[in-house]
Ligand binder design. Structure first.
Ligand code: CTP
Length: 410
């Protein structure tokens, strides 16, 4: 409707200048080439949700490469890549954002005299192939139609109702990763799966479609979830729907509840805390995923330290210092969220924060400590004395150090 178009024009007008400039350039090129051009997918969804994103997906009713080439020249910045095989193109910008272009006509002469109806049905086909109604809306950018919403499948209605709805019944069979995408979008926006969509997910899972998903793609979806603030809810949905059990062949004791208690965790912290209840064999299971090298390394290190600390008869500051010096902030944080270790690691962290170590290797050399391992040994003792509050001031520290050197000489 006209009111709707005006609303959208307002939303577009409020976008950052960079995005508006991209749209303006797209419009100019579209008008010049005489192509109908649309922005499609996530950008449209997030614009309507008032959480605009930067990455633009253009769908061009015409030759995508010709459009991308002309747009690239119009912008005069970025780097253009043409993918011959798919007829798609991407322009990457220095600030790491990008835009994608897909043409509905791959060969320039494929449909030389295409009728408008044919063209429209191609946009409809493109949208039909997508996952959910909220991701299958397009926004016209030609000057004559600027800001008109193309919404064949009720995406706007579903945005308003807060529903994730598939476009056709075979969606999850065709692309089972959409099961995880459905959960990701639902929890990100606080939406529900529509009744039929949920049934579609359950049917697909029962049919064993996850077996068709490669470990790389499955992991990729998990990592995308880890980036999200509502990761714990996504994890719990995966458990509830039986996705994890199906994938790993057993129920794992995920600890999403504890992740949910703190909103300000980093991606690594979310992951480590999620697996903090796993034993070694269960940890091996999740390490079968194609996680990033860093995440894999941190997981192993975390589990190793956790096991060592569990095995200690008492968690003295000395023991903790021995294990935790040099360990990443992420691992320490995950250890602190472990109910068994919480108290001890918290007190340790407090003690470390109070640490006012005055001596260093150079000072010890001046005091006559010989070069070599002895320097490190003495420093460790001084550090521990601070942690255990046997010393409180630099005067006490000096006295302590001199006495220590004296004792160790004997
Ligand atoms: N898409 C799909 N099926 C998939 C992956 C993607 O139908 N398995 C479609 C959706 O229409 C989606 C578009 O491709 O909107 C772009 O995909 P992607 O960039 O992964 O998603 P966005 O919608 O941009 O979501 P995000 O905000 O997570 O980037």
């Amino acid at each position: 409707s006209l009111a709707m178009r005006q609303d959208i024009l307002n939303l577009l007008g409020n976008l950052p200048k960079k995005t508006r400039d991209l749209l303006k350039a797209g419009q100019k090129v579209a008008d010049t080439l005489g192509y109908s051009v649309f922005i499609i997918g996530g950008f449209v969804r997030d614009l309507l949700l008032l959480t605009p994103t930067q990455d633009l997906d253009f769908v061009v009713e015409g030759n995508g490469h010709a459009f991308a080439q002309a747009l690239f020249e119009e912008l005069g910045s970025g780097q253009l890549t043409l993918h011959e095989q798919f007829g798609t193109a991407r322009i990457e910008f220095p600030d790491e954002t990008h835009l994608d272009v897909a043409g509905t006509r791959w060969e320039y002469y494929e449909y030389p005299g295409a009728l408008p109806q044919v063209e429209e049905s191609r946009l409809r086909d493109d949208l039909f192939r997508r996952d959910f109604t909220i991701n299958a809306m397009a926004l016209a950018i030609n000057s004559e139609h600027y800001g008109e919403l193309v919404d064949f499948y009720g995406g706007l209605r579903d945005l308003k109702q807060g529903e994730i709805r598939f476009i056709h019944h075979l969606s999850f069979i065709e692309d089972p990763t959409r099961i995880l995408r459905a959960i990701r979008f639902a929890e990100r926006y606080g939406f529900q799966l529509s009744k039929e969509t949920l049934e579609g997910v359950e049917t697909a899972l029962k049919a064993g479609v996850l077996k068709k998903v490669s470990i790389e793609r499955f992991t990729q979806e998990i990592l995308l979830m880890l980036h999200e603030k509502h990761f714990p809810k996504m994890g719990e949905s995966l458990v509830e729907l039986g996705v994890f059990e199906e994938w790993f062949g057993e129920k794992l004791p995920w600890n999403f509840a504890r992740v949910a208690e703190n909103e300000n965790l980093t991606l690594e912290e979310r992951w480590l805390i999620s697996v903090s209840n796993f034993n070694f064999q269960e940890t091996e299971q999740v390490l079968g995923l194609k996680l990033t090298k860093e995440l894999r390394k941190e997981t192993l290190k975390f589990k190793e330290i956790q096991a060592i600390l569990y095995a200690q008869p008492s968690l003295s500051l000395a023991v903790l210092d021995q294990q935790l010096v040099g360990v990443s902030q992420e691992i320490r944080s995950a250890l602190k969220w472990d109910p068994v270790l919480n108290e001890a690691v918290s007190s340790y962290e407090e003690a470390v924060a109070q640490l006012k170590l005055g001596v260093n290797g150079k000072v010890l050399l001046q005091f006559g400590v010989p070069k070599g391992p002895e320097i490190g040994n003495v420093l460790k003792e001084v550090r521990l004395a601070w942690l255990e509050q046997r010393i409180h001031t630099s005067a006490e520290e000096k006295e302590f150090v001199l006495r220590l050197i004296e004792q160790r000489r004997k």
